[in-house]
Design a protein around this ligand. Structure first.
Ligand code: EPZ
Length: 425
């Protein structure tokens, strides 16, 4: 099991190119199921979650090959085993988004119920509600979701909202299923995240008829078949946001290439509020901080609000603010595993229900810490860049799920991060 040794504090400078989006790639890979044949996904990041998704498609009977240039070849011609096994699904919750496409293609699907995870309880009731609205019969059997639609799916008007707002993968699942349903489907309270819009754009390239892309109302006119895609995924807005916060926490200036600022406006707005400059360039932006960090309050929300996937990283930054900030988590109220670890690095944090009061400190102090989920781990890397001394992060495999060789991306910019086998520490 690898660990990171991070020497701090460091200054960063230079330019970094943002990779393709993990969370857009995963449902698009599942969309390959809908069209028997050879699909091509460009700019897919080389991450363990993408590898696991490939294994899942292979277990269903497909074939997935990675080429050197970030291209994934997905051959779904021979998918004939519509069963998502617990052994794979438990490794990655996003596996649930094969349910809709399998049901649409095979008329049946059996997919393990995803288990718990480090960011809290994550039910799939809304996914199932949406698929039932399309005519699927669904039951739970021995920890598996068993879905059947022997006579095909039929379009319907579906409300997909829940207590915590819209659902990203739930919208992806129902949207994919609806592309091959008979008649028209309207999804109200659809997730508006750029990753969902990217999936819908890819589906339209495959021959689907989706309108309202990027809005909370998606209208889908069912078609009888789709063709394989040749599609380039959007840049990863969460990776981009993490690099922006890296520039800010290290009191540095970084250029980000292949970054879509329009996907990050809530984050850019907060960075500017706390004294960080963000300037748009033709391919991305330049982020810089020279003065103190001002305190701010953030509340996570569905897109276009502040993303939950950058909450932990922003908290690391606010821990160095001149004053008190409040961070409220409205998507995953238990997503605070990083709080205790940041506190080990001398951050002054007090958790009150789904909120954390961050009292800014003058400096962070390095410590051995434990990575939990991937964004919490990224927050610890960022804190390590600014902390005095050697931060040791255990369980780095969490970071590898969402950030491609992050040390090899940050070190050329001035970071001092060494990856070691745990036994070498
Ligand atoms: C996606 O998860 C992302 N994962 C998450 O990123 C991200 O944090 C999340 O969206 C929110 O933006 C992928 O895209 C692979 P949701 P998802 O369904 O779709 C509740 C990362 O770090 N809910 O939009 O599973 C749910 O509990 C990951 O890269 C139900 O109640 O999230 C939550 O409170 C972590 N019932 C809220 O909705 C359901 O059936 C939003 O969750 C589904 C969701």
């Amino acid at each position: 099991m690898d660990v990171f040794r991070i020497e701090g504090p460091v200054k960063l400078s230079g330019s970094v190119t943002v990779n393709g989006s993990k969370n857009a790639s995963l449902p698009i890979m599942a969309a390959a199921i809908l069209a028997p044949g050879k699909s091509v996904l460009k700019s897919a990041p080389d991450l363990s979650d993408i590898t696991v998704c490939g294994q899942l498609l292979e277990q269903l009977g497909g074939k997935v090959t990675r080429q050197n240039n970030g291209v994934l070849l997905i051959d779904s011609t021979t998918i004939d085993n519509p069963v998502g096994d617990y052994e794979i699904v438990r490794k990655m919750r996003a596996s649930i988004c094969i349910l809709g496409p399998l049901l649409a293609r095979c008329g049946r699907a059996t997919v393990s119920m995803p288990g718990g995870c480090a960011i809290g309880y994550r039910p799939v009731d809304i996914h199932l509600r949406g698929l039932r609205e399309l005519g699927a019969k669904i039951r739970l059997d021995n920890g598996y979701i068993v879905a059947e639609a022997p006579n095909g799916l039929r379009g319907s008007d579906i409300f997909l909202g829940g207590s915590f707002g819209s659902t990203v993968l739930g919208t992806a699942n129902v949207l994919m299923a609806a592309t091959l349903a008979k008649g028209r489907t309207v999804i109200e309270s659809a997730a508006c995240e750029p990753e969902v819009a990217d999936l819908a754009t890819c589906l339209n390239q495959m021959g689907a008829k989706i309108t309202g892309i990027g809005s909370p109302r998606l209208t889908i006119k069912g078609v009888s078949q789709l063709k394989p895609f040749d599609y380039e995924v959007i840049p990863d807005r969460i990776e981009a946001g993490t690099f922006m916060i890296a520039a800010a926490i290290a009191k540095s200036r970084l250029e980000l290439k292949n970054c879509r600022l329009e996907d990050l406006m809530a984050v850019v707005d907060k960075l500017r509020e706390i004294g960080v400059t963000v300037e748009s360039t033709h391919s991305g932006c330049v982020v810089a901080r020279s003065g103190p960090v001002k305190p701010a309050d953030i509340t996570t929300q569905p897109f276009p609000g502040f993303p939950t996937d950058l909450q932990a990283q922003f908290m690391a930054l606010l821990s160095l603010a001149e004053g008190n900030s409040i961070v409220i988590e409205k998507i995953f109220p238990d997503r605070f595993m990083h709080v205790a670890e940041l506190a080990r690095m001398a951050a002054n944090l007090r958790k009150e229900g789904p909120a954390v009061i961050v009292s800014g400190v003058k400096k962070l102090i390095a410590a051995p810490v434990m990575a939990s989920d991937l964004r919490a781990s990224a927050a610890l890397v960022l804190a390590g860049l600014a902390a005095e001394g050697t931060t040791i992060i255990n369980r780095v495999y969490h970071i590898d799920r969402g950030y491609e060789k992050i040390e090899q991306r940050l070190n050329p910019l001035g970071a001092k991060i060494i990856r070691q086998d745990a036994t070498g520490v």
